[in-house]
Ligand binder design. Structure first.
Ligand code: ATP
Length: 237
């Protein structure tokens, strides 16, 4: 079976900094795959290359059989890739409703968009109760839910989640991971970047470990979670 996402030999530079070097990974349809590594390992850079927010220096990214080399970010969204960015980046001075509508910016089916917003309010009742409230007034956990809901508004096949647990209390982190599980069970494939490596590995099928822009380990999460070398890698060596 063809993987949903295939990254081949990806290299990304920021000027003279080689942020990602020769990275290859695959994500199969239906999987939750975790990308872990110390600060600066290149995790966010990898996600941003997949969503086409930055241009790789080399390598290929193939999504559902399509080469994304020339795709612009909005094309990636149309093809079925959505990202919930690090730090959530909700529009603080806009309402929850506006933020959700923004997530649907590539769609041309207003009735479908309205139906999906209603579905988000069912799925995330705390957003439903506050739909006219400005996003900046939400708690960190609610903003994270909004960032995920906004990404879902494009009806992605692949959801890229960048540090969804960042800065959240343990109880809220559990809630976010339960949401991730439910989304995956209802058919969304997920590529997850996490600092909370143990939790992410315990809730994903497979894991890739990045160190200084290069992949050093990969495998079944259940096996890597008890591997001393992996522990060392994500703690920064
Ligand atoms: P973190 O968990 O801290 O976000 P990360 O694994 O996601 O880390 P990246 O953000 O992808 O790492 O960064 C990889 C490398 O690229 C780091 O050395 C970082 O300093 C550098 N880098 C990232 N963004 C830029 C940028 N816009 N300009 C210059 N260098 C950058």
């Amino acid at each position: 079976m063809m993987p949903l996402l295939e990254i081949e030999n990806l290299s990304v530079n920021y000027g003279a900094i080689q942020a990602v070097r020769g990275l290859s990974l695959t994500v199969e349809e239906g999987e939750v795959v975790t990308l872990i590594g110390a600060n600066g390992a290149g995790k966010t850079t990898t996600l941003r290359a997949v969503s086409r927010l930055l241009r790789p220096r080399a390598g290929r990214i193939v999504f559902a059989g399509r080469d994304l080399s020339r795709a612009a970010p909005d094309e990636a969204v149309r093809l079925g890739i959505a990202q919930s960015p690090e730090g959530r980046q909700v529009l603080a001075r806009q309402s929850i409703q506006d933020n959700l509508e923004l997530g649907a910016y590539t769609r041309r089916d207003p009735a479908g968009v309205r139906a999906d917003i209603a579905e988000m309010y069912d799925r995330f009742p705390r957003l439903g109760e506050r739909r006219t409230q400005l996003a900046g007034t939400l708690s960190g956990g609610e903003q994270q839910m909004l960032a995920i809901a906004r990404a879902l508004m494009s009806r992605p096949r692949l959801l890229l989640l960048d540090e969804p647990s960042l800065g959240l209390a343990p109880l809220i982190v559990r809630e976010i991971f339960d949401i991730i599980r439910t989304l995956n069970e209802s058919g969304t494939t997920i590529l997850l970047v996490e600092q909370n490596a143990r939790l992410a590995m315990s809730r994903s099928h497979r894991t890739y470990v990045l160190e200084a822009g290069q992949m050093t380990f990969f495998g079944e999460s259940a096996e890597l979670i008890s591997d001393e070398r992996v522990l060392h890698a994500y703690l920064g060596g």
